[in-house]
Write a protein that binds this ligand. Structure first.
Ligand code: CMP
Length: 140
């Protein structure tokens, strides 16, 4: 297995309920390392650009509105097999289908307010990281 980097967002439902520490504890317990982290208020342009791949989906406008409804925490996570590992730790997109012990099972409110985003492939991870972070902000 190779050491990888993946991209993570702690979403507005997580910051609103003051859950960022609990979520970080869970991902650190899994062996992932937070090598970059920044709390920001996204603009609509940033949210639409980030989720451009979902532009044609019926939930696109609501998703972007939700993602700018409060602060988010942007992260780069590093570890063995980080992309797949973080997806395991997050659980299924819809918390109703998420396995016990996963972040979304424990914390998510709905399929939209599902507390965390994580990259779905190594290629997308590299693109998503570059969308928000410069090389010098990532300290492994
Ligand atoms: P995320 O991993 O951030 O990627 C796209 C997001 O769209 C997803 O998590 C969900 O929070 C959100 N979303 C809202 N409605 C749906 C839906 N019906 N199907 C899939 N994703 C949805």
């Amino acid at each position: 297995m190779a050491v990888e980097r993946t991209f993570s967002i702690l979403k507005p439902d997580a910051t609103r309920r003051n859950l960022t520490g609990k979520i970080n504890a869970k991902l650190e317990e899994s062996g992932l390392r937070i090598v970059a982290q920044r709390r920001v208020q996204l603009t609509r342009t940033q949210a639409e650009g980030f989720y451009a791949v979902h532009k044609a989906r019926p939930f696109f406008n609501d998703l972007c509105a939700f993602m700018i409804s409060g602060p988010v925490v942007l992260q780069v996570l590093e570890g063995e097999n980080a992309v797949a590992k973080y997806r395991d730790v997050m659980g299924a997109t819809n918390p109703a289908n998420a396995a016990p012990g996963t972040i979304r099972k424990e914390f998510a409110e709905s399929i939209e307010a599902n507390s965390v985003h994580g990259s779905d492939s190594l290629d997308n991870a590299a693109q998503e990281i570059a969308y928000f972070f410069s090389q010098c902000e990532i300290v492994g």
